[in-house]
Design a protein around this ligand. Structure first.
Ligand SMILES: Nc1ncnc2c1ncn2[C@@H]1O[C@H](COP(=O)(O)OP(=O)(O)OP(=O)(O)O)[C@@H](O)[C@H]1O
Length: 242
């Protein structure tokens, strides 16, 4: 089987001598198409650092990352940005929406940057905003949306280029319980439709949506639990054009 995401011997250390921090220390990971993998662990255990390495946002000191059969670490910044734009959707705790752009414009932006026509980007953004339950908010600026609505816009934006892989870092971390439930449902739906997702979380409800749960401590994997079976293989991978 070709894995959507495959990493071996990943290492990222900070500092040196007595102040050395092994943020990620010799991690191996293989994520199958259609799988939702949850990563949990105490604060400082290396979850975000790992996610950044997997998404090509940071370079490892050692090891390899492969996305859909293509090596990601070691690419030039421009090439990595291109792979990220097309192949990976990111969802962060802090949303990272552009305040001056409407919900629809925020979702359109990565599609336009990837060369999609204006009309197609607009149609896709509107479809996705409808899917996340925000059809009536497309023209709203983020400042006028609730936290849960903003995160749903961010999820729609992450999906706009139909990426083969979705990486989420504490997607409910900034949300109250009701808003977190909405976002949780959304991740449940993504799992059911065979999306491939790696999700870092402190929220046990979010962790419960994963097919496989990995616990990190001091930069390493200490435990792995299989919770479910991935939905049928991801169609998105087949169409992934890197
Ligand atoms: N840029 C950096 N410079 C130095 N140390 C760093 C840097 N980024 C992370 N670290 C350290 O690496 C370790 C792992 O950090 P990381 O943010 O990956 O943990 P985490 O599990 O995501 O934590 P949290 O759940 O609190 O977000 C921590 O000890 C942190 O202090």
């Amino acid at each position: 089987m070709e894995y959507t995401l495959w990493a071996r011997g990943l290492r990222r250390h900070y500092g040196s001598g007595p102040s050395l921090v092994r943020a990620v220390d010799d991690v191996d990971l293989a994520v199958a198409p259609g799988e939702t993998v949850g990563i949990v662990g105490a604060s400082g255990s290396g979850k975000s650092t790992l996610l950044h390495l997997l998404g090509g946002l940071d370079r490892p000191d050692g090891g390899e990352v492969w996305l859909a059969g293509r090596r990601l670490d070691g690419l030039s910044e421009t090439a990595a940005a291109r792979v990220r734009r097309r192949g990976i959707g990111f969802v962060f705790q802090a949303f990272h929406l552009v305040d001056e752009l409407t919900a629809r414009e925020n979702v359109e932006l990565p599609a336009l940057l990837a060369g999609t026509s204006r009309r197609a980007a607009r149609r896709r953004a509107e479809d996705l905003l409808e899917r996340v339950g925000l059809a009536d908010r497309v023209g709203q600026l983020p400042g006028r949306l609730s936290g849960g609505q903003r995160q749903r816009v961010a999820v729609a934006r992450a999906l706009v280029n139909d990426p083969g892989l979705l990486l989420a870092d504490e997607p409910t971390g900034n949300l109250d319980s009701a808003a977190a439930t909405d976002v949780l449902r959304l991740f449940g739906a993504l799992r059911a439709e065979g999306r491939t997702v790696v999700i870092v979380t402190h929220d046990s409800r979010v962790a419960g949506t994963a097919d496989r749960l990995i616990t990190m401590r001091d930069g390493a994997f200490t435990d792995e639990t299989v919770l479910g079976r991935p939905a049928a293989g991801s169609a998105a991978l087949a169409g992934l054009d890197l």
